[in-house]
Design a protein around this ligand. Structure first.
Ligand SMILES: [Zn+2]
Length: 92
């Protein structure tokens, strides 16, 4: 079985590129057996998804605000994030 460190690397890499069959199977098996990596994978997928939902990069976005970062998100962004969290299955 691959280590948790290797599983974390594969979990992150698979968001950017397809994994080989061998790596996919190794990751699936590890995540099946390891609740910590299962939680990490779900959280990473959620962060990735929410950053895509919120990431309009407009002048009022959190990212574009830079050092003058807003203390709260605009209401429209909050509504999009709430909808994205509640309507998605985060299992692998
Ligand atoms: Zn693990």
């Amino acid at each position: 079985m691959i280590s948790c460190k290797e599983a974390a690397e594969l979990t992150s890499r698979r968001l950017d590129e397809p994994l080989s069959f061998q790596n996919r199977m190794a990751l699936r098996f590890h995540v099946l057996m390891c609740s910590l990596c299962r939680t990490f994978a779900k959280q990473l997928a959620m962060i990735r998804h929410l950053s895509q939902v919120a990431g309009d990069f407009g002048p009022n976005s959190v990212i574009a605000a830079g050092s003058g970062m807003q203390k709260t998100l605009p209401p429209a962004t909050k509504a999009r994030l709430k909808g994205a969290i509640s309507g998605k299955d985060w299992t692998l």
